[in-house]
Design a protein around this ligand. Sequence first.
Ligand code: PML
Length: 251
Amino acid sequence: MVYSIRMRAAKGGPHEQGGSHISGAERLVSLESLSRISEEFLQRALQHSKGRPDFINLQIDEIPDESIVKVPALTVATTESSTIKESHRVATQLLQQAHIHEQAIQSAFTKLSQNTESVSGAWLVNAITGEVYPQTVRVSRMDAESDADIHRHLQHFGCSSVHSREALILASKVLASPFVLGELCWSDDPDYTTGYVSYSTTYHRLSPMKVYGSPIGGRAFFITEEAPLDTLLQYFTSTPTWVTTKGLHHV
Ligand code: PML
């Protein structure tokens, strides 16, 4: 049996009452790891660089093993540029290669750059028209199938930060949907300036995507015109997912 453990923390009240997002995290863990990870999540919420939350929600749900689906981990590439402008240019080129239209790329950059409200979920952007759907979504119930394997996978590509581990797992789940063409993200952590574009089978880390010290960031998923929204939201929020590196030659 596996347990889904989810944490979200905000300041100024709960997110749904207008509180500003501080921190969030997701794991699928065994019963033996539940107390340790709960404590880890709590400390993470309390010691965040965005400040001390006055609302913390820790939710634990039992997940039947047979309901878990497996999706492949994306491979990882890293591009370091000398300016934010240059990183944004590389991000734009990658998204164009994913056949995402100019107006959609622009909509996503605008949303992420202007996220002063600290919206914690991802925006859904129509990859053709650039329309941004009113509802944001928090991707949940996913983890690496094997801690050791995902660690080796990341190390193989020269990265091992906790940020990368979590973002790679999320991006792998998101991109496994046939209705997602790509994702653009950079962190809202003031002290973390690396972001990424994912499309096809690769998670492209890009640095720097914002100025050091800025709490403004977020994620946007580029979805196809015909995407069935309810099915897609159900997959993002509720389908328990193992991200696996099995079958990838270097693991
Ligand atoms: C986030 O904080 O959710 C975004 C993290 C981006 C990680 C980029 C990387 O791989 O370093």
